[in-house]
Design a protein around this ligand. Structure first.
Ligand code: NAP
Length: 286
């Protein structure tokens, strides 16, 4: 069997086109565009590239950008004060504080200061709580992107055995919650999981977010499983996922490639979250 390749690039392009249309309708109706504020602290080159990509993508769909850069040696309270100011700014629908922040700052405290209604990354304790309770709220972009890919691939999650490798706050935990809400039977694995391949072989839907190049081998996968590879591992000359793609594609029924799978969905979902936040803010004042 050779698996269907789930084309995240194409799905993300469709999501972005849809967001662009809805942003235009929003702007026509309200006389201003949804706004996304980005905060970049310090001069980490990778963070600068990520933030630049998000700003460019939001401009392309008509979202207004407010970009803020803070020197890496600034006091944490400068970032806190900026977040408070953006919370109060009506033009700003969404706020994104790029992580990691420099070591002398507490990234969890800082993201926790973002108003949950503007938390387009879905990472504040309030957003995490709403997700855990199954209440409406903004969801973290990468797990949300995986849910969109599963839906686009026509995967039936109800009753399915889903295994998530990784339990980070950024990805693994919210991913497991979203799958649970979709009525999958969910197992979350981590570095202390005993006999990981035995667990992954049970999965109808296997999602890997570990950060270890090609860790998931062909014989870890149940024939016909759906495999979503979140990993992004830079080798000397390319980007590879957490899944040994060539081996696993011979066993799985569908698989996301790296690059071109989950990656493009993260930004697409950020744009969608910004639009949703802008619409909710307008509904709240109506
Ligand atoms: P993270 O915070 O480092 O978490 C990694 C998780 O993997 C942890 O829960 C860890 O377990 C688990 N783990 C580590 N070694 C393991 C092993 N040998 N067996 C089983 N589990 C193991 O990373 P993250 O932020 O979740 O990201 C994971 C990967 O996804 C990275 O490659 C990252 O670049 C990628 N990512 C991609 C996107 C995207 O947009 N495509 C977005 C986010 C993340 P413990 O908890 O026990 O330590």
């Amino acid at each position: 069997m050779s698996a269907q390749i789930i084309d995240g690039k194409a799905v993300a392009a469709r999501v972005r086109a849809q967001v662009a249309e809805e942003v235009k309708a929003f702007t026509d109706e309200h006389g201003r565009a949804p706004g996304l504020a980005t905060i970049l602290v310090g001069d980490d080159p990778a963070s600068a590239v990520y933030v630049g990509g998000k700003q460019k993508a939001s401009a392309e769909v008509g979202i207004e950008g407010f970009s803020h850069a803070i020197p890496g040696d600034a006091p944490e309270d400068d970032v806190a004060a900026l977040i408070e100011q953006l919370n109060a700014d009506e033009r700003v629908s969404g706020i994104l504080c790029q992580l990691p922040v420099p070591d002398h700052m507490d990234g969890v405290r800082l993201t926790g200061l973002i108003d949950a209604k503007k938390d387009v990354d879905g990472l504040t304790p309030e957003s995490a709580g709403l997700l855990a309770l199954g209440r409406e709220g903004l969801r973290p972009c990468t797990p949300l992107g995986c849910m969109v890919l599963l839906e686009e691939a026509g995967v039936r999650l109800e009753g399915a055995e889903a295994v998530v490798i990784g339990r980070s706050n950024l990805f693994g935990k919210p991913m497991a919650q979203l799958l649970l809400q979709a009525n999958a039977t969910v197992t979350t694995c981590h570095s202390r999981t005993r006999d990981l391949p035995a667990v992954t072989r049970r999965a109808d839907v296997l999602i890997a977010a570990v950060g270890r190049a090609e860790m998931v081998r062909g014989d870890w996968v149940k024939p016909g499983a759906i495999v979503i590879d979140v990993g992004m591992n830079r080798t000397q000359d390319c980007l590879v996922g957490d899944v040994a793609f060539e081996e696993v594609r011979e066993v799985a029924s569908a698989i996301t490639p790296v690059p071109g799978g989950v990656g493009p969905m993260t930004i697409a979902c950020l744009l969608r979250n910004t639009l949703l936040a802008a619409e909710a803010a307008m509904d709240a004042v109506a």
